[in-house]
Design a protein around this ligand. Structure first.
Ligand code: NAD
Length: 551
């Protein structure tokens, strides 16, 4: 029987697979489970509640074994974290095809998912957990930074200096919030029920200090705000208890959001349950736990609406907490908007999204070289320059060194081709895995998040992510995934991902140019189809063909 053990991707140029495409999938699978990267590696959980990289340890071992012997014209098929077949394909085909957590519509709910999961038939893949391109908290940092920058631009004259943001959830994704706020010069109070989550963020320099009590947190926050000094403060406690208390006491909060794992009611701690009892209670009585978690979320969201009524800027940060609060009967749950329609959609119209790459060499210097090359490639892009500089100074690498930055149509293919050239000419020590989050411009249908309030009402149309996956397969990506339920939970999203390996070969260069043109191109055509002017302009400028606009 195989069981939990520490996993770490090999570094350097020695291959344990038959080629770099397979080696990259192998290293990125292992990297997702590196204790520096994964939230709960013993349970194969990478991030986002129970987002896993493999269904069980036997499946993990079988994937490692198979990737080591997989040929250049073979493709491994993964069904919810378990390798189920190897097919003969061809060298342009992906080496791995992944389908995670997909359920037929009428069955697409947590109860049925859990029943099937208990039978060992499925696993929750989240977005980049089951598709092996999670790069630690940095992965979400830039998006979070951009979101808070957009909040600053919209409401606070372009800076968060002199403001206090209140949020909860310091997990794998939520842990980016304190650093994103301080990078925008603001003050953040971040609540979490798990003392380890707070400690971990302090250790990784995403969070500055831990307060001893609510009063202490407010005192620290007000002092820093008045001095216009950036500061992030961790506060141990239950958000469903602390937010209503802070609202009642008139706490001077300017911005409120949340990134607890609300998308999964079994990962949100109900009021009155001790943190140490959470896992046992959720396992013993999932229905009772769910009811109590939803009731607590209703109180949490009610307090967020209260802060909005009092004048704060309030938004849902993509965890479905409004939907859960509504299920518990709270009627004003959707009084505040989601972050995509509020701040991000104009970027999606330009094909922009969370482009990322990991250095398979394990050398930090490879990332520093790509950082510099990217700045030279896009000398005019000020926000990119600001981000890369700050990331270089403040981001702690977790696992294989990696970088993220939002690039759009016409930019990603340039960057990817340049990276492949840097591998070819020996500037970099080894190949790069180039991928992105599933939260991207044309890869998701998610009516509570990426496709909330689309101009033409097409929020729930899920043809787009499927076309996105197919076009990436047809264009030559190294591995492609289709998932259900990531971010916002079962029944609420369908999304796709791709990773393309820059191994320095001419073939990789040709594939990368196509994938990194067509993948963001999906975002442009999706938003043209929905009637967004910005997307039409970008399609014209970048030569993205849209048949319904021709002739
Ligand atoms: P995670 O499971 O790693 O962390 C969640 C944290 O919430 C944990 O530390 C947990 O202790 C804490 N928590 C649970 N109940 C709480 C309560 N009642 N009060 C205070 N803290 C509580 O999850 P994550 O990866 O950080 O993701 C968080 C959420 O954000 C998920 O729902 C995820 O789907 C969503 N998400 C959003 C984006 C985005 O771009 N906005 C991206 C990815 C994920």
């Amino acid at each position: 029987m195989s069981g939990p053990r520490p996993v770490r991707a090999p570094r350097g140029t020695e291959l344990s697979a038959l080629g770099w495409q397979q080696e990259a999938a192998l290293r990125m699978l292992q990297n997702n489970l590196d204790p520096e990267v994964a939230e709960h590696p013993d349970q194969l959980v990478v991030y986002g509640g129970t987002g896993k990289a493999a269904r069980d340890w036997r499946s993990f071992d079988a994937m490692v074994r198979t990737l080591r012997t997989l040929k250049q014209d073979e493709t491994m098929l993964v069904q919810s974290g378990r390798p189920v077949g190897v097919m003969q394909t061809h060298e342009w085909a992906p080496r791995v095809l992944i389908a995670n957590s997909n359920l037929v519509g009428d069955w697409a709910n947590w109860e049925e998912f859990r029943r099937l999961e208990a039978l060992g038939l499925t696993m929750y893949g989240q977005m980049t957990a089951g598709s092996w391109i999670y790069i630690g908290t940095q992965g979400i940092l830039q998006g979070t930074y951009e979101t808070f920058a957009a909040v600053a631009a919209k409401k606070f004259n372009g800076t968060l200096a002199g403001t206090i943001t209140l949020t909860a959830g310091l997990g794998g994704m939520g842990g980016a919030q304190p650093l994103a706020v301080t990078m925008n010069d603001g003050v953040a109070i971040c609540i979490d029920v798990d003392p380890r989550a707070i400690e971990r963020r302090i250790e990784h320099r995403y969070l500055d200090v831990r307060a001893d009590s609510l009063e202490h947190a407010l005192q620290l926050a007000v002092e820093a705000r008045d001095a216009r000094r950036p500061l992030s403060i961790g506060l141990l406690g239950n958000a469903a208890e602390l937010l209503p208390r802070m609202l009642a006491e008139g706490a001077p909060i300017d911005i409120v959001t949340d990134q607890t794992s609300a998308h999964d009611p079994l990962a949100y701690l109900p009021v009155g349950v001790a943190f140490d009892d959470m896992a046992a209670y959720a396992a013993k009585d999932p229905a009772g736990f769910t009811t109590r978690a939803r009731e607590s979320m209703a109180r949490h969201v009610e307090a967020m609406v209260g802060f909005m009524d009092a004048g704060a800027e309030v938004f849902d940060y993509g965890n479905s907490i409004r939907g859960e609060a509504q299920l518990a009967g709270y009627e004003r749950a959707f009084a505040f908007p989601g972050f995509v329609p509020a701040y991000i959609r104009p970027l999606f119209c330009e094909g922009k999204g969370p482009f990322r790459w990991a250095a398979l060499s394990g050398e930090a210097s490879d990332i520093h070289k790509t950082d510099k090359a990217l700045l030279d490639l896009f000398p005019e892009n000020e926000s990119l320059h600001r981000w890369i500089k700050m990331a270089g100074e403040r981001v702690h690498f977790q696992g294989l060194p990696a970088r993220i930055c939002w690039l759009g149509q016409g930019e990603r293919d340039k960057a990817g081709s340049m990276f492949n050239d840097m591998v070819a000419d020996g500037t970099l020590a080894a190949p790069l895995a180039i991928g992105r989050d599933h939260l991207d411009c044309g890869s998701v249908a998610s009516p509570y998040r990426e496709t909330e309030a689309m101009l033409d009402g097409s929020d729930a149309i899920a043809d787009w992510p499927l076309l996105n996956a197919m076009v990436n397969v047809a264009s030559g990506a190294s591995w492609v995934s289709i998932h259900h339920g990531g971010g916002v939970g079962m029944g609420r999203s369908i999304h796709a991902g791709q990773v393309s390996v820059a191994d320095g070969t001419k073939l990789a260069g040709e594939k990368i140019r196509r994938v990194l043109t067509n993948d963001p191109g999906m975002g442009v055509i999706r938003h043209v189809d929905a009637g967004y002017d910005i997307a039409e302009r970008v399609a014209d400028e970048k030569g993205v063909r849209v048949p319904m606009r021709e002739g």
